[in-house]
Design a protein around this ligand. Structure first.
Ligand SMILES: O=C(O)CCC(=O)C(=O)O
Length: 287
């Protein structure tokens, strides 16, 4: 059944296109050299984390809570201005993570709708997916089904496929026609925006470079976790007049004890939501 998507906060061309299609791209978010330097920052952190157990999960799964550079990026007006045209001037970051596919690997993302397992009570969410390397047909760029955000959340099944980058390997239990998919090709520093109910997926990376995207989940402060768990959020812009989330300050950096402890707690709370109702023992632990 078609249902209205959220009402855009502005009548801008971007907001209108987003309300109609459920996505917008390409949007220049960062200069190419800024994207390269963030990629280098990420790769330094990955190398440091390689020897230190759970640090890798923090770098990948909540970079804005442990690395000041990524906290600053989620608050950068070059990214939040377009998001505000859709959601309004008050924005929280509910989550932020890297979707990285190594060269010539089988990692993929199945067709899904983001809001299926996030335990949020409304649809006022926009993902900004920022490319830190070329996202092309060859490297496995995202694919969207235009207009699919006007449906309710459809049934999903958990596969726990180890090559699937999603937490539960979840996929929609309805047919998606390949010819309906739009390929979201992006150059480093460009971003796409997508709605919380749009059907989206991506193929494996057949290129010789890594395919790296930073997915930033923006919500309105009025959103609420239906389970009552107060998850962490970062104030990206404007004000939070409601207090439905625990606001996290800029990290100190250097994987300080305080940052690491907060990040662990953020993972614990998030896991209780994302894996709610899951039965498979093979589920991935985030930290
Ligand atoms: O990076 C991908 O290929 C998929 C990302 C995704 O599913 C998302 O950002 O919601």
């Amino acid at each position: 059944m078609a249902t209205p998507s959220q009402t855009p906060a502005s009548g801008s061309p971007l907001a209108k296109a987003f309300a109609r299609d459920g996505y917008a791209f390409p949007i220049r978010a960062l200069a190419a050299d800024q994207a390269t330097s963030l990629r280098r920052r990420l790769e330094r952190a990955e190398a440091d984390a390689a020897t230190q157990g759970n640090m890798k999960a923090m770098v990948t799964g909540l970079p804005h809570l442990v690395m000041p550079e990524f906290h600053d990026i989620v608050r950068d007006p070059a990214i939040t201005d377009p998001v505000s045209e859709i959601l309004g001037q008050d924005l929280l970051v509910w989550g932020c993570s890297f979707f990285t596919k190594e060269p010539r690997t089988k990692s993929f993302v199945s067709w899904h709708q983001d809001l299926t397992y996030w335990g949020l009570d409304d649809v006022d969410k926009v993902t900004a997916w920022v490319a830190l390397s070329p996202a092309t047909l060859e490297s496995g760029c995202m694919r969207f089904v235009s207009g699919s955000h006007t449906q309710q959340i459809v049934p999903h099944k958990d596969t726990f496929d180890p090559d699937n980058l999603l937490t539960r390997g979840q996929e929609v239990a309805v047919e998606v026609k390949d010819e309906d998919a739009i390929d979201v090709e992006l150059q480093p520093g460009e971003m796409s925006l997508h709605h919380g109910r749009i059907f989206h997926a991506s193929h494996p990376n057949a290129s010789d470079d890594r395919r790296i995207g930073l997915a930033i989940r923006y919500i309105k402060p009025s959103m609420r976790q239906t389970s009552g768990v107060k998850t962490f959020a970062v104030l990206a812009r404007g004000e939070d007049r409601v207090g439905n989330f625990e606001l996290a300050a800029r990290p100190e950096g250097g994987f300080s004890d305080a940052d690491v402890e907060r990040c662990r707690e953020a993972f614990r709370r998030r896991e209780s939501i994302l894996y709610s109702g899951a039965t498979d023992d093979g589920r991935r632990k985030m930290a």
